[in-house]
Design a protein around this ligand. Structure first.
Ligand code: EPU
Length: 460
């Protein structure tokens, strides 16, 4: 499917997300005050959607963010043969999908996604959808588990340097999969998936998840060592376990999967997506720039412990309040040094947000990037806003300014786009962030939620 066709299908499904050619206009500065609710994590829901391919039936996934990447994954599942009803669409009478499980306190009927997986699926993930987002590669493992073969176009996604899939393919080879790449498509096949011992060179989130989903149906036991420990990976483990998969070690660096022999051993389930810690951190960074007092709900403070400890050292007062996080910033924050690391470290996704935060903090701070070599595409735009930023190898050194200046800037990707919006909260005048569609890939109504906290953000 051509890009334009995909975007028009998505826009028809989710008109509020049609931000192509749009900008966010931020008028600053203004302090933030109030409560903001964070929805489910993009980097969980996309993998849960892929996991539904493992077994026939009707799945109901709650606490789903209204973001374009969910629409893209829906489109991909449809191409594979599933029926997908996005949140907010009229689904008519509730279908019978057997006994329901409790989907948890976050369930909001407006944000429930329904996926009907047929008895037969077409294990082909076409270019045109797959090359628009990275998580598309996550259908490879479940399609192999279900069909013994899969053809998947090489994935796209945010451009922050090379993003290979070698660890996915090397791990799959340990499970008996033969794979090769022809004309930009991975062709993978396994006569029989069999359990194996896999040690990842790096705790890759995507490779861990793909291997985990393939191993669910492999004969025997699979051990994934140096597995990613992100809360979103743990959410996938929980989802798979509810389906009947035998997974242990969730949240640790070693996952053990005892493969289930028959597809009938796996059942469709209901589930509520874990809260988005990166989106929650975006609102905390916004507060650090704008000052004020906010409550962030729908996220687990434990998932953000290292970040919150650092923000506390910078002068942000943060406390857990029931299931919410209360944060207050009365004065300009002091600078700090951050280093991005796999979970439980400070996430690489936070880097642009932290650079924006440091741009208005008092003193010289830095962010050292340890995951993606080229995640620097927003720096020139922050400089246009008056930020004093120097790049030294994989370190970004930032000398804070009391106030940034409004400017016309461009969102290069999801998190960097959000970083430019929150930088605008600390700038005098009107900042225009164009290419807003990047932000809509990962943020559910960023402008509306900032406005509910007293900011002045509009679309143009
Ligand atoms: N890597 C390899 N080979 C592989 C896989 C990964 O060399 O086969 C390298 C990557 O190039 C990178 C590092 O390992 O240097 C980590 O990559 P990882 O596989 O963990 O990342 P991912 O699964 O592609 C997910 C998130 C990203 C997030 C990273 C790291 C999704 C859809 N994406 O990507 O999120 O930055 O983990 O935590 O889950 C975002 O949400 O904006 C985003 C980019």
């Amino acid at each position: 499917m051509a890009d334009s066709q995909v975007m028009s299908v998505l826009a028809a499904d989710t008109p509020e997300l049609d931000l192509a050619g749009h900008s966010f206009v931020v008028r600053g500065p203004s302090p933030l005050e109030g409560t903001v609710e964070v929805s489910g994590a993009k980097n969980s829901v996309l993998k849960l959607m892929a996991a539904t391919l493992l077994a026939e039936g009707t799945y109901r996934i709650a606490n789903v963010p209204r973001i374009t990447d969910v629409g893209l994954m829906a489109e991909l599942l449809r191409a594979i043969g599933c029926k997908v009803t996005l949140p907010g669409q009229d689904v008519g009478p509730k279908q019978d999908s057997g006994p329901k499980q409790d989907v948890g306190p976050n369930q909001d009927i407006g944000a429930v996604l329904i996926i009907e997986v047929p008895a037969e699926i077409e294990p082909v993930a076409p270019r045109g959808i797959v090359d628009q987002f990275r998580a598309s590669i996550e259908v490879l493992g479940p399609m192999l588990a279900r069909c013994g073969e899969a053809v998947v176009a090489l994935p796209g996604g945010d451009d922050f340097g090379p993003r290979p899939i070698d660890m996915h393919l090397q791990g799959l080879a340990k499970l008996g999969v033969e794979a090769g790449t022809v004309d930009g498509y991975v062709h993978a096949r396994a006569r029989e998936l069999r359990g194996g011992a896999i040690r990842l060179d790096f705790p890759s989130v995507g490779a861990t998840e793909n291997l985990l989903m393939a191993a669910v149906r492999a004969k025997g036991t699979t051990v994934i060592d140096n597995a990613a420990r992100e809360p979103e990976v743990a959410d996938l483990c929980e989802f798979l376990s509810k389906m009947g998969a035998q997974v242990s070690g969730s949240g640790s660096g070693t996952l053990t999967i005892n493969g289930v022999d028959h597809v009938e051993a796996l059942q469709p389930v209901d589930h509520s997506v874990v809260g988005d810690r990166i989106v929650a951190a975006t609102y905390l960074a916004a507060l650090g720039i704008a000052t004020g007092e906010i409550v962030v709900t729908g996220v687990d403070l434990d998932h953000m412990a290292v970040l919150c400890g650092k923000l506390g050292n910078m002068g942000m007062e943060i406390s857990a309040e029931g299931e919410s996080i209360r944060a207050r910033v009365s004065n300009r924050l002091s600078s700090a040094k951050f280093s991005t690391l796999p979970y439980p470290g400070v996430a690489t996704d936070l880097k642009p947000l932290l650079v924006a935060l440091l741009a208005t903090a008092d003193g010289v701070g830095s962010v050292t990037e340890n995951l993606f070599a080229e995640r620097f595409r927003y720096v020139d735009d922050l400089r246009l806003m008056g930020a004093d930023i120097r790049i030294d190898s994989h370190h970004v050194v930032v000398e804070g300014k009391e106030r940034l200046m409004a400017a016309k800037v461009k969102a290069p990707d999801i998190r960097a786009g959000a970083a430019l919006v929150i930088a605008g909260l600390g700038a005098q005048g009107e900042t225009t962030v164009s290419d807003a569609h990047h932000i809509a890939r990962g943020y559910d109504d960023l402008a509306g939620k900032l406005n509910s906290l007293g900011a002045d953000v509009s679309r143009s």
